[in-house]
Design a protein. Structure first.
Length: 282
């Protein structure tokens, strides 16, 4: 039985998503909670791994349960009229504890062909940034990065839009062996919210390591007047890492949503993505 989990977490005190020995991670916390419920170990597959300090309000994962594990869930559901897959989220939350910094907001039986990672067609992130104009809010210190001075949000927005499209983003990614840095950036924009905090919305088919925080750092350099609007595309096309801008802190970054195709297209999308990811020449 494949179960979809919708997940949210404050990444401040996690060492990222992926399970690591002797370190507290999001994956490890949820897998340990699930193991207590089903009576044996499980392994989550996630839509997108997040780095240490990165948050999520719309993360998605799946877990495959064998017959014995599923029978244990059904048995513990008792005479409750609800679908045991739907009530599993409440049981996970109970194990994680009140006021936990990670929660499972929803669980459901996954549609046929669903793969949290390979079926996804896009991921969306938000980045929050406070400057002198917005001021510092101590109640948002865990999810907002602060910079000095006042940034030109109009210039940042214009620069962001020059990066949209299918490109090699090697200049904006931390390299990994045999991993492609070609991505389709579907949307990138900057605005100020009601509190004058600068907010970036970034959407792509997928992101390579540290890509969003590098994209944010490049636009901050434009907002400070250190780079021109057209410089970001020039740096991108150079295909090499640069010291012209900083990679911004993880605290301001939130994974807000993962997009999937219609149920009947899930399996085909997963097959297509696996084929592309398995070829290091792509």
């Amino acid at each position: 039985m494949r179960i979809r989990l919708d997940i949210a977490y404050d990444g401040t005190h996690f060492r990222g998503w992926a399970r690591q020995p002797a370190l507290r991670t999001v994956q490890g916390s949820i897998e340990d909670a699930l193991a207590r419920i089903v009576g044996s170990s499980v392994q989550l597959v996630v839509a997108g791994r997040t780095d240490a300090g990165v948050h999520a309000s719309g993360q998605v994962a799946h877990v495959d349960l064998d017959e014995a594990q599923w029978a244990r869930i059904e048995a513990r559901n008792g005479r409750a009229p609800q679908d045991p897959a739907a009530t599993l989220a409440a049981r996970i939350r109970g194990v994680l504890g009140a006021y936990s910094d990670v929660t499972v907001t929803r669980t459901s039986i996954a549609p046929e062909g669903f793969d949290a990672r390979f079926s996804a067609v896009w991921r969306r992130y938000r980045y929050r940034l406070a400057d002198q104009r917005s001021g510092y809010d101590p109640l948002r210190r865990a999810d907002t990065t602060t910079v000095r001075g006042t940034l030109d949000v109009e210039a940042m927005d214009a620069a962001a839009r020059t990066l949209i499209g299918l490109h090699d983003f090697a200049a904006y990614c931390k390299p990994r062996d045999e991993a492609t840095t070609i991505r389709t950036l579907l949307d990138y924009r900057w605005t100020r919210d009601a509190d004058d905090v600068l907010v970036a919305e970034v959407k792509a088919d997928a992101f390579c390591h540290s890509m969003v925080r590098a994209l944010v750092g490049a636009c901050v350099a434009v907002g400070e007047g250190r780079l021109d609007i057209g410089d970001l595309a020039v740096l991108r096309d150079a295909l090499v890492r640069t010291s012209e801008f900083k990679v911004l802190a993880a605290r301001g970054l939130i994974l807000t949503e993962v997009g999937y195709p219609a149920d009947e297209l899930l399996a085909a999308r997963a097959e297509q993505t696996r084929a592309r990811r398995d070829d290091p020449r792509d």
